[in-house]
Design a protein around this ligand. Structure first.
Ligand code: AHR
Length: 328
């Protein structure tokens, strides 16, 4: 924990002289902030592109609340890696106790994480994975096995459709992110293994509902013929389903939608049959990262890589109870 000028900064904030976030009253990453009696965590979040991301942000804000002994400096990178690099440099300048990074993409972190390492700030990676030349550049990682998620979806497709010919529209997430890479690799393997699976279109909808809808509208306008939509997250699936329905194409009857995340809204759509299969991606990482920091504070060494347990939901077997008990 560091020495602090909290009261002084609060006064500056009230006078509008320091870079406070207007909505939350938190200091922005550009301030030279130190906080007394708290563990200071700088969290660089990917953005606010999806329901999954919103649930993940809430989980982190809850875990790193002041009542738990933390001061959280939160930065939303708006899906841009360069913003994350700037945020990390600001965290270093602010001498935070820990840096938590939810990375946009896998590559491109060596230099800035080297800077954090040089000043001895532990870096915890959460959600997606990073690819670095030296794994000592980060303390540990916790997140999803995105390749396993893709494989789970493909195994279901093989069982559900057997030898039926599939004409697949593939909506990808942000290119270069682990969530995109793993889910795409799973599908590619499925296409290689099943001679009757045909890729009709493959485009990135950047994990957003608006892009998912836009891409599906374009394909429908081009009179593309397909019977499966493999959407790499729920929000793109929502957009795609809206476009399908607007064109009189019935999801679950004319076209089968496979999605990832399993947020509560999407599970409702799975129960309704609009999404045929939904592979879970768990966003509730706040308590997991908090536990890691607890270990580090106690002088323990956390496990380097931790994959969270995940499941999947079939529209033919999901129940209302599953949806009612959903936390996100
Ligand atoms: O990295 C997790 C992925 O990122 C989720 O599947 C997606 O919804 C989010 O934007």
């Amino acid at each position: 924990m560091k020495r602090v000028l909290l009261v002084f900064l609060s006064v500056l904030c009230m006078l509008g002289l320091a870079g406070c976030d207007g909505n939350t009253g938190k200091q922005s990453a550009s301030d030279d902030v130190h906080y007394d009696d708290y563990i200071v965590v700088g969290f660089s979040q990917v953005g606010a592109e999806s329901d999954w991301r919103a649930a993940n942000t809430v989980s982190m804000l809850d875990a790193f609340a002041e009542t738990n002994g933390y001061k959280l400096i939160f930065d939303d990178a708006q899906q841009k890696q360069e913003r994350q690099i700037t945020a990390i440099r600001n965290f270093i300048h602010q001498e935070v106790d820990y840096i938590v990074l939810a990375p946009t993409t896998e590559k491109g972190w060596d230099t800035v994480l080297g800077e954090a390492k040089a000043v001895g700030i532990p870096v915890i990676i959460v959600d997606r994975m990073i690819e670095v030349s030296d794994e000592s550049l980060f303390t540990c990682w916790v997140g999803s096995d995105f390749r396993k998620e893709g494989d789970t979806a493909v195994a279901w497709m093989e069982k559900r459709f057997g030898n039926e010919p599939l004409y697949i529209v593939h909506l990808q997430g942000n290119i270069g992110s682990s969530a995109q890479i793993g889910r795409t690799d799973g599908l590619d393997e499925g296409i290689r293994a099943n001679g009757n699976w045909n890729l009709v279109a493959r485009k990135s909808g950047e994990f957003t509902q608006a892009k998912g809808q836009e891409l599906m509208e374009e394909l429908i306008a081009q009179d593309a013929r397909f019977n499966v939509v493999y959407s790499e997250n729920d929000n793109m699936a929502y957009g795609a389903i809206d476009a399908l329905k607007a064109a009189g194409i019935r999801p679950g009857i004319d076209v089968f939608v496979i999605s990832f995340d399993s947020s509560r809204t999407a599970l409702g759509m799975t129960l309704a049959g609009e999404i045929s299969y939904n592979v879970e991606c768990n966003p509730l990482h706040g308590p997991r990262v908090q536990a890691i920091i607890g270990q580090l504070e106690a002088g323990e060494t956390p496990q380097k890589f931790t994959y969270v347990e995940e499941t999947a939901f079939d529209s033919r077997t999901i129940t209302q109870e599953v949806i009612d008990s959903r936390e996100y």
